[in-house]
Ligand binder design. Structure first.
Ligand SMILES: NC(=O)c1ccc[n+]([C@@H]2O[C@H](COP(=O)([O-])OP(=O)(O)OC[C@H]3O[C@@H](n4cnc5c(N)ncnc54)[C@H](OP(=O)(O)O)[C@@H]3O)[C@@H](O)[C@H]2O)c1
Length: 277
């Protein structure tokens, strides 16, 4: 199999390569692409060195799969070109998530939407991956949606700076050491070290931020239920990796709390820690 990772020099792209290696893709042909400034750089993978290529060269090589984490603008530009060349794109950015033709998939929750949503050959070759806070939340509550139906969610997230990319990690490290950082190298306009921001992304007209809106729109799409009422507050916290969330869930049917615990504990990929002592 030939697999491309687009955005391979970034925080998420490097993690994707690590996961591919862990999952036994070490023998496959793996191609790596990034922006023009990184072409020619070397990246280690499964005991060998991969050379970063231009996105155009990787499209021409027609891999079976291209896993994208190069930001929404690059996804909008290049994902359709890969799809036209016959490559299936799995896109980690926000570019395609709200497009009704494109499946938005958390494999453990709604893998069936990959086949259900294919309306044209090209759109059928792009699969979107949700925002990180949405993924982990829908996974934890998917059994509750299935068994009881969810009426309402009140969400508060505590999101790691890694969600903003490699620039944010460098900013925090510089601030921890009290080193000066040029404005263009800062991910946030304010200090994040020993600080929190009570918002994520840009503010919308209604006062919610874009990170908050993603939790609303993406959860409804993944659960295929536009009637779920959702409100979210996103807080950016100075930790490197690991988003936390507090989620208040109102169910449509009567429930037994022991059964709720049992359902969450039985969900593949979820570990229930519920021992305050
Ligand atoms: N779904 C999720 O769970 C999740 C979680 C975190 C992030 N994300 C998304 O993943 C994407 C990457 O995040 P990140 O944290 O890895 O960011 P990052 O550390 O800033 O890395 C960005 C990557 O994209 C590449 N890139 C930028 N512009 C490009 C272009 N025009 N053509 C080709 N490559 C380009 C960069 O290459 P250079 O090194 O050459 O600049 C780099 O490899 C973002 O869209 C982010 O929103 C998703």
């Amino acid at each position: 199999m030939k697999i491309a990772v687009v955005g391979a020099t970034g925080l998420v792209g490097r993690e994707m390569l690590t996961v591919l290696e862990e999952r036994g893709f070490g023998q496959e042909e793996v191609m790596v692409a990034a922006s023009p400034k990184s072409v020619g750089k070397k990246i280690g993978f499964a005991g060998r060195e991969l050379t970063v290529q231009s996105v155009e060269d990787v499209i021409a090589a027609r891999p079976q799969y291209a896993i994208f984490s190069a930001g929404a603008a690059a996804s909008r530009q290049y994902a359709p070109l890969f799809a036209e060349a016959g490559t299936t794109v799995i896109d980690n950015s926000s570019a395609w998530r709200k497009d009704p033709r494109i499946p938005l998939v958390v494999p453990e929750v709604n893998i069936d939407s990959v086949t259900r949503n294919q309306q044209s050959a090209t759109s059928g070759r792009i699969i979107a991956n949700p925002n990180c806070s949405t993924i982990q939340m829908v996974l934890a509550i998917s059994a509750l949606q299935r068994e009881y139906g969810i009426r309402r969610l009140v969400i508060a997230t505590y999101q790691s700076i890694t969600g903003t990319g490699i620039k944010a990690v460098r900013q925090l490290e510089a601030e921890e050491r009290n080193l000066p950082l040029p404005t263009e190298e800062m991910a946030y306009p304010y200090q994040i070290h020993r600080n929190l921001f009570p918002h994520g992304g840009d503010f919308q007209e209604d006062g919610y931020t874009t990170e908050e809106q993603k939790l609303v729109d993406e959860t409804r799409k993944i659960f295929a239920d536009p009637t779920i009422q959702i409100t979210a507050t996103v807080v950016r916290v100075p930790v490197v990796g690991g988003h936390s969330e507090a989620v208040n869930v109102e169910l449509r049917k009567d429930f037994d709390l022991e059964e709720v615990r049992r359902l969450i504990a039985a969900t593949p990929g979820v570990i229930l820690y519920d021992n305050p002592a």
